[in-house]
Design a protein around this ligand. Sequence first.
Ligand code: CAA
Length: 382
Amino acid sequence: MVDFDFTEEQLMIKEAARDFADKELVVGAAERDEKEQFPFEQVRKMAELGFMGMMVPPEHGGAGLDTVSYVLALEEISRGDASAGVIMSVNNSLVCWGLEKFATPAQKEKYLNALASGRLLGAFCLSEPEAGSDAVNQRTTATRDGDIFILNGTKNFITNGANADVLLVMATTDRTKGAKGVSAFIVESKFPGVSVSKKEHKLGIRSSDTAQITFENCRVPKANLINEEGFGFKFAMMTLDGGRIGIAAQAIGIARASLDASLKYVKERKAFDKFLHEFQAIQFKLADMHTNIEAAHLLALNAALKKDRGERFTKEAAMAKLFASKVAVDCALEAIQIHGGYGYLKDFPVERYLRDAKITEIYEGTSEIQRMVIAREVLDLR
Ligand code: CAA
């Protein structure tokens, strides 16, 4: 069950993120979205605040905080700008977490310190043109040649892809073994043979960067293998469990932004000689939005608490992401409805919230995949 008693530290982190979001992210978010401009300056400042490696211990360059603090901060950051939210989420959940947990001391020294402190940016390369939901179907190969693995293949939809310094890459070392033939590697984006083959133009989270990355005879030292050969799929799945808490938090941030914009609008706008908030039809919408956001928040905190306690949290993370992403889309749609014709225009932020919200139902496992994960656990099929 959720423990509502946040520590002073957790509340301070939330406040710091809230303050930063209001002062540094809200302004300019629409322009960055329009121009597809990566928020370099904002990410640099987020790193200064310790937000790029929140759960990594200080000895490895991080802030040494818990997952609950991470959720609280990421909700606020995403309320300010969901693009900044996903950049932060990927670096924390999908890159730093796995290195903290499974990298060798030498790998941590070389990569984790710089990633957690925000000096370097990370990306997670699992999806491929033919391996999205069916993530086992990896076509990227890693062929052993003495102390080197040679990578060949293409990775799709890679968040931070064009700007990342360090890529965690899943590739098959033995296709006959299926999931057990996938291995994970730390690849520097400057290694010869790594290239950004396409920059994507998206419906939402447009100021975050999404790219296709190609590996062509890219030679990766065996020293950059994570854990052991064949560990890559489990590594990816465990990493994504934590990632899904991050995307739930991102979705909650977008939903909160939609509610905040609506609350402001209904107190300013009049119709039939009454303010909008005086109409019960509007009040009911706001009540539903608020209730669903609270429920999503509690699901995300529940998953975070379980993770912090070292308990299994696969189902809880999937439930949080499944529910929060739907709440984000629903709240953004309701916010547009409340704004009427203005909600459809770029003059107000709510159309962006809808575009940003939609991806939370797709990446880091679609809602259908989350239902599969939850159903397997509920039916005890694991
Ligand atoms: N934790 C630990 N191990 C796990 C696990 C988990 N959560 N989930 C699966 N595994 C293990 C299984 O136990 C199994 O190992 P054993 O054989 O030793 O038991 C192995 O992994 C294979 O698992 P499955 O048999 O369950 O594999 P599957 O083919 O049925 O697929 C799936 C499972 C849940 C559908 C998985 O493929 C999946 O999650 N797909 C979605 C992929 C996804 O989320 N992609 C997101 C891309 S990253 C992204 O979006 C990031 C970004 O840039 C924002």
